[in-house]
Write a protein that binds this ligand. Structure first.
Ligand code: PMP
Length: 523
């Protein structure tokens, strides 16, 4: 999927050295194409092997201006935005000498813009780039900082203060850890917790615990899901029974069809097909599929999943990394789901690196017994469920305070009120211009979607993002107007520090943007 034109790396930078042979990009066979036929109604003219050609309202235009016109407007606003970022460009160009793409983190590349933005300063709900452009932050790094940047977030303040006195890695327990774990039980039901540094790691450890305690080799995930940088979960099913990778960089080089079974979201029959040979240790999924566009659970889905996992002796794990902001107890809490394992990273410690994974007492007893039987330093040692920095003082303080002072009902009442204001505002704007689009709300998280039906399957979820013009124009237009929305889908996050003025400004720009899309205002 190529959304923006990124300047190619120069010949000399890509030349091979020391006689090593590098594969050409064209040799890295991309994923097999998906079967898009059932979402064709939204984009009848699209080439479904190329998301950039996807234009949800093509064919029946509903008053939306032609695709070429939207793409030209996107080029215009992207260019205008890039012109405001000369220092970012300089920093990225200079950074290319020592860093891939001129930046340190792979997420920081995900703007996929010809010039990547560089940040100077963040505070509460605002961000300033290195050219002193001010933004209302609505993306918060794809959720980690969604409870606010800097000292106005009590968890970040407490972590920063503790650093000066407690040290960060004493390699000892701290009193805070037990308080934080007890808080986790209050919020997310499960009694026993461990700490990790990323959601990917939490998920990785849970998959291995599930395999260990059940003695089963496989895991199962829904098609098109995302659970982090884990080989077994970065797979998809282009057609029933076929497993493929999203990319050609498997991190453990096992055969692609080993270890992972894939089922269709909201389809209990396909899940049962995966589970019935009793080789699946754990089903890992989100309460609501929320990467890219959202795919909501149909009525009875979660209950059915629970019943099937019990029937076949499979663990059920919810990854709440992207649905945490639904409420103080996450989406699984609001939906009153039952599970054996639960994981979360990113915002769980207000963006200070930290993640958690929880399990039932039964699983924990099993692990402790094995450790005792195996003895000190034995091969079964569970020390591998973590690394040197897990459980560190700074992350633990940030986690505890996030649970005690940030993820609490009174803070969420305010967040819900703000999010509802934006949701109702966007919905009214669609009505005002007769736009066949939809605003959706999931706690502190909103999405504007460019089709009129709610999605219950992930492909419609992707279609609704509006790749092929609507997505690109919306993003460039908002970025240029000082609204920092997520670069790879249409998510808008509301944080406790956003002011009424911030929300009004968002809706003002959004109103203009929809008027342009609907041909009722010049772009
Ligand atoms: N699980 C889910 C549901 C996610 O959305 C993500 C990241 N987008 C992850 C896990 C991985 O998080 P991290 O990159 O912090 O490991």
């Amino acid at each position: 999927m190529k959304l923006f034109d990124i300047p190619a790396v120069t010949e000399s930078a890509s030349a091979s050295r020391g006689g090593r042979v590098f594969r050409k990009a064209s040799d890295m066979v991309p994923s097999k194409p998906f079967d898009y036929s059932h979402v064709q109604k939204w984009a009848p003219d699209a080439d479904f092997t190329d998301l950039a050609s996807f234009y949800p309202v093509a064919g029946e235009k509903h008053g939306v201006i032609p695709q070429e016109q939207l793409l030209a407007l996107y080029e215009k606003y992207l260019q205008l935005w890039l012109e405001k970022m000369p220092t970012s460009k300089k920093l990225q160009d200079a950074g290319r000498k020592n860093m891939l793409w001129g930046i340190f983190g792979s997420y920081q590349k995900d703007w996929e813009t010809p010039v990547l933005p560089f940040s100077k300063h963040c505070d509460g709900g605002k961000l300033w780039d290195v050219d002193d452009n001010e933004y209302i932050d609505l993306q918060f790094g794809d959720t980690p900082s969604m409870f606010g940047h800097g000292a106005s977030n009590p968890a970040i303040k407490a972590a920063a203060e503790s650093l000066l006195t407690t040290g960060i890695d004493p390699m000892m327990g701290t009193e805070d850890q037990a308080i934080a774990a007890a808080e986790l039980e209050k919020h997310f039901k499960l009694p026993v917790w461990m700490h990790a540094l990323t959601a990917s790691d939490s998920n990785r450890y849970l998959l291995s615990i599930a395999r260990c305690v059940t003695g089963r080799p496989n895991i199962a995930i829904p098609n098109f899901t995302y659970h982090g940088t884990i080989d077994e979960t970065q797979k998809m099913m282009p057609e029933p029974g076929v497993i493929s990778r999203y990319h050609e960089m498997p991190q453990y080089y096992a055969e692609v069809d080993q270890g992972t079974k894939i089922f269709t979201w909201n389809d209990l029959e396909s899940l049962e097909e995966c589970l019935k040979d009793k080789s699946v240790a754990v089903v890992m999924m989100e309460p609501i599929m929320s990467n890219f566009g959202w795919a909501w659970p149909e009525e009875g889905w979660h209950e059915g999943v629970r019943a099937l996992t019990e029937k076949y002796g499979t663990m059920l794990c919810y990854d709440e990394t992207h649905t945490l902001g639904y409420d103080w107890n996450g989406a699984a809490g609001v939906m009153d789901l039952e599970y054996d394992m639960w994981s979360c990273g990113k915002a769980i410690s207000s963006g200070i690196p930290g993640a958690v994974f929880g399990m039932t007492r039964e699983i924990a007893d099993q692990l402790e017994n094995w450790q005792n039987e195996a003895g000190f330093f034995a091969g079964a040692g569970l020390g591998f469920l973590g690394n040197a920095l897990t459980g560190n003082t700074m992350s633990t303080v940030a986690l505890r305070v996030t649970m005690q002072e940030v993820m609490i009902p009174s803070v969420f009442e305010e967040i819900h009120a703000k999010a509802r204001f934006v949701h109702e505002g966007m919905t009214a704007i669609f009505e005002k211009y007769g736009a066949p689009f939809r605003s959706e709300i999931m706690g502190n998280r909103l999405c504007f979607h460019f089709i009129s039906d709610r999605a219950h399957d992930p492909l419609t979820g992707i279609a609704q993002i509006g790749f092929g013009g609507l997505f690109e124009f919306a993003h460039a237009y908002m970025w240029y107007h000082g609204l920092l929305i997520m670069p790879f889908f249409n998510m808008v996050l509301v944080c406790p520090q956003h002011t009424q003025e911030d929300l009004d400004k968002y809706l003002e720009v959004f109103d203009d943007m929809i008027a342009i899309i609907m041909g009722q205002k010049a772009g």
